[in-house]
Design a protein around this ligand. Structure first.
Ligand SMILES: [Zn+2]
Length: 146
């Protein structure tokens, strides 16, 4: 099998059996966003303890790429501290699934969950941080993803 086949199979697998799929009822922060172009619609719930993402789940519906990237992203973010999660880049997510050269139309499918995650973090930090520069920076990051 070529790499492209392997990545394709991973995406199909994740879309059928997404990881970290579900809700966290007693979440510390939740955020929703959608990608109207494709119909992807994702919520991310997080538990944050001592600046660490102790649990993260997503729910909603999306195409195979969206579901696969949400699975991969939540796996990357789980157990990390806020600063590490802030530094998760597009390519950390895209690279896991061989999607670095995705067409522009599908990029939104792939990066919706990262946008939701960063938006969730700034909404959390906005309530818990004194330094509003940090929050502004994070907002810019979320807005400039695609
Ligand atoms: Zn999509």
């Amino acid at each position: 099998m070529s790499n492209a086949d392997i990545y394709h199979e991973m995406i199909v697998d994740y879309s059928r059996n997404p990881i970290n799929y579900g809700k966290i009822e007693d979440h510390d922060v939740t955020f929703h966003d959608s990608n109207p172009l494709c119909g992807d619609s994702i919520d991310i719930d997080m538990k944050i303890d001592n600046d660490k993402i102790s649990d993260i789940k997503f729910h909603g519906k999306g195409c195979a790429i969206c579901m696969a990237c949400s699975s991969v992203l939540t796996e990357i973010a789980k157990g990390k501290n806020i600063d590490e999660v802030r530094n998760i880049s597009k390519n950390d997510v895209l690279g896991e699934l061989g999607l670095e050269h995705l067409q522009a139309v599908r990029i939104k499918c792939a990066l919706l969950s990262l946008k939701v995650l960063k938006s969730a973090l700034y909404s959390y930090l906005g309530k818990h941080l004194k330094n509003s520069d940090d929050v502004d920076k994070l907002k810019e990051e979320a807005a400039s993803l695609y």
